[in-house]
Design a protein around this ligand. Structure first.
Ligand code: ADP
Ligand code: ZN
Length: 736
């Protein structure tokens, strides 16, 4: 008996092994095996096929051991992974390794105990008063504050919000400050009987969407669910999945980030109880392993998870949901470069599943697929209860400047300062968004003009005033900030505004306001993030300043003002998706305002008020933005009208350049009107961690020409001159 094995190593292709008779009964598709590989006597591999004849010219060696009693991958998952391997031009073993939870990569490791019922936690009477006494137990305090803000919620939501909060929860329960209870039968029985439990009456547009989705169950049917923020998309997912469960089928829900959106996983657990397996980076390896095994054995039928959950072994998969399908986090950039949303389409086809891509700001790729009739488009045009979308007002910073007005420290314009004060006076909350960390983004010597730059990367250092340091945001290099220029001794000054400076400006404008900052410098862990968001939800913070971390997260009914400090930060990036990303971020952050009873308003400060990405976000006009941007993409030949393959080269200055030239040389004979090459050129960030970076970008009307060019480059890429390393990135996202 022969098996085709994908070895968990950075090699393309698969290898044939012989199965000794005593192992033959244990081997099946998707199973992990130990095989001799190269000079190593034992490498892990995965059975991906059963060839009838050995590869000619190769010595046939024996499988050493079969590693699992039952294969971790279903045959359909093996098919998905093989597809991804071909398409993304990555070694299959690497993909398989990325697909499995860490606990399974190591040997052994039995599944954890199967959980039963949904556990709920609620603050006990008197908990609000007790919070003050917990000053010296910050973990318990944060958790209790979260519960006070949210009321009775599934413990699962707490686990998502506070990945390391288990001890704190047990401690609080023991002190009688938190009440824990279990609720199995109701949700479970109802769902299994096909009834909706605990579900609101559907709005007409929700019912209409479900009227198309539910009858499609049982076959491959891709949909775009285009619904503005707060229009009830999640409720549609829940109902569709309930219908699938009533028919005994499973579902997979991909979300961008669970730590920032614990409410979402909480809603799934509340509706479907223990039938939901969660897969996110906050879980330990053993916990992820346990969730994987629960799905594999049919102990859970619904998986809610981040990007890598696209490979989760959901039984009888009938529904795949990709929530916020436009989100860049679905693209994996290091390791095997795959796109989970695009793989969701492939998996839905393999599994005959209904696919729902949900978003308020669909990616232009997805939109174009609806235009071409590949996906059906369903819309939820209004917010639940007909709450209005917030009014967006543009503040033209260049006109302010020309009019002789000072914009003000921290880039807070007089209008924004006024709005902040009015909102505070009304006892309401504000969010200020700026997608730049630190105090100043550039430090320059006024005598010699030298900029503070990273010695290892070709980027300037950001001044973090609170810590008194300069930090490279690319490699993390940190040095003390000195006013004296190291080159000439002259005086240095900083320019460019970051969140730290905005926070300081807000404190100066409104000294009585309770101000907090949410960015990667201010909060170290998912637990800190959840704690801070909980304090904001409890209205213990008046103004929250932060990076894109503030654009997601909870429903904050108290927020009536959203200020975008500078809308232009992403516009100037050397990336054809810069405008699209800007539009998405502005729409998302604007959607935070006015979700409660009070109407919300949004102030967007910009130097480019007429740029479509900004002007259309201000009028909530997705259609106008998409039309304008698609016309540009068509004119300049960018996706969705073409396909791209990036080749990324890293090495010594000389080695990277030589490798890039050798690759370009190998590609030139294939170039035509149909297949063009941009580069070779140094990457926009030319150096990271002391390594030079070059890029080639190939463009064609479809993947086949790109596969051909990959074929021509593969030999050079395996042994590039100058010892450089070469990575292929199909449908690249980051262009830096
Ligand atoms: P989206 O996912 O589009 O942002 P959600 O599904 O989160 O929207 O819905 C927004 C809010 O409206 C949530 O608080 C949700 O519980 C509530 N909601 C959704 N559908 C309904 C409905 N049919 N009736 C009442 N409330 C609803
Ligand atoms: Zn650096």
């Amino acid at each position: 008996m022969l098996v085709e094995v994908a070895v968990a190593a950075a090699v393309r292709g698969t290898f044939t092994y012989r199965v000794p008779t005593e192992l033959a009964r244990e081997v099946s598709l998707g199973q992990r095996v130990a095989v001799p590989f190269g000079r190593s006597r034992r490498a892990t591999g995965y059975v991906v096929g059963f060839p009838t004849a050995p590869t000619a010219g190769f010595e046939l060696r024996d499988v050493v051991e079969v590693l699992d009693a039952e294969p971790p991958f279903t045959p359909k998952l093996v098919e998905l992974i093989r597809w991804a391997e071909e398409y993304y031009l990555v070694p299959p073993g690497e993909l398989l390794r990325a697909a499995l939870p860490p606990g399974l990569n190591a040997r052994g490791g039995e599944a954890g105990p199967e959980r039963r019922g949904v556990e709920y936690a609620a603050p006990a009477p008197g908990a609000a008063e007790a919070v003050q006494r917990l000053a010296r137990a910050p973990a318990r305090r944060a958790l209790l504050e979260y519960l006070l803000a949210r009321g009775r919620i599934p413990v699962e939501e707490l686990r998502a919000a506070f990945p390391r909060g288990r001890a704190a929860l047990t401690g609080l329960a023991r002190k009688g400050l938190v009440l824990l209870d279990q609720e199995t039968p109701v949700a479970r029985a109802g769902v299994l009987a096909g009834e909706r439990v605990d579900a609101p009456v559907l709005a007409p547009s929700q019912a209409a969407a479900l009227g198309e989705l539910v009858p499609a169950l049982g076959r491959f049917a891709p949909f775009l669910l285009h619904g503005i923020t707060g229009s009830g998309k999640t409720e549609v997912y829940l109902n569709l999945i309930a219908a699938a469960r009533a028919a005994g089928k499973g579902a997979l829900v991909l979300v961008p980030e669970i730590a920032l959106t614990p409410q979402l996983s909480g809603r799934f657990r509340a509706r479907f109880g223990d039938d939901v397996a969660l897969m996110h980076s906050g879980l330990s390896g053993a916990e992820r392993h346990a969730e994987w095994t629960r799905l594999r054995r049919g102990g859970a039928h619904i998986c809610v998870g981040v990007r890598s959950a696209i490979f989760a072994p959901v039984p009888d998969l009938a529904v795949i949901v990709v929530d916020e399908e436009h989100d860049p986090s679905f693209k994996q950039d290091d390791g095997p470069a795959y796109h989970a949303r695009d793989l969701a389409v492939v998996r839905a086809r393999i599994e005959d599943a209904v696919l729902v891509l949900g978003s308020a700001t669909p990616s232009l790729e997805t939109l174009e697929n609806t235009t071409r009739g590949r996906y059906r488009r369903l819309t939820l045009p209004t917010r639940i209860d007909d709450r209005p979308l917030p009014e967006v007002h543009l503040v033209d910073l260049s006109r302010l400047r020309r009019g002789g007005h000072e914009v003000g420290p921290g880039l807070v314009s007089p209008e924004l300062a006024d709005a902040l004060l009015t909102t505070l006076a009304a006892g309401q909350q504000s969010i200020l968004f700026l997608n730049r960390r630190g105090y100043q983004t550039l430090v320059i010597c006024e005598a010699c003009g030298a900029e503070a730059r990273c010695t290892e990367c070709s980027v300037s250092l950001t001044h973090h005033a609170r810590r008194g340091v300069l930090i490279c945001h690319t490699c993390g290099h940190t040095e003390r900030m000195s006013v004296a220029c190291p080159a000439c001794g002259g005086v240095r000054f900083g320019v460019g505004v970051g969140t730290e400076q905005v926070e300081e400006a807000v404190r100066a404008i409104a000294p009585a306001a309770r101000v907090a900052r949410l960015d990667r410098d201010a909060v170290g862990s998912a637990d800190d993030t959840a704690a801070l968001l909980a304090r904001f939800a409890r209205r213990e913070i008046d103004v929250l300043v932060g990076t894109q971390m503030v654009t997601k997260g909870h429903d904050f009914p108290g927020v009536t003002l959203v200020g975008v400090v500078l809308a232009d930060t992403a516009l100037a990036l050397p990336d054809f998706r810069a405008a699209e990303r800007t539009f998405q971020l502005l729409t998302q952050v604007a959607g935070r305002a006015g979700r409660g009873a009070e109407a919300g308003r949004v102030l967007v400060q910009t130097f480019h008020p007429t740029t479509p990405a900004i002007a259309c976000a201000a009028t909530h006009d997705f259609a106008a933005f998409a039309a304008d941007e698609l016309a540009k993409r068509r004119r300049f030949g960018f996706p969705p009208f073409t396909r791209l393959l990036a080749v990324r080269i890293e090495g010594s200055e000389e080695g990277a350049r030589r490798a890039a030239e050798a690759l370009a040389h190998a590609a030139r004979p294939l170039l035509s009107a149909e297949l063009t090459m941009l580069g070779p050129a140094p990457a926009p960030i030319e150096r990271i961690r002391g390594r030079s970076r070059w890029q080639l970008l190939f463009r064609a009307s479809g993947p086949p020409a790109l596969f051909r060019v990959h074929g021509a480059l593969a030999r050079v890429a395996r042994r590039p001159p100058g010892g450089a390393s070469v990575r292929f990135d199909m449908d690249p996202h980051a262009m830096l």
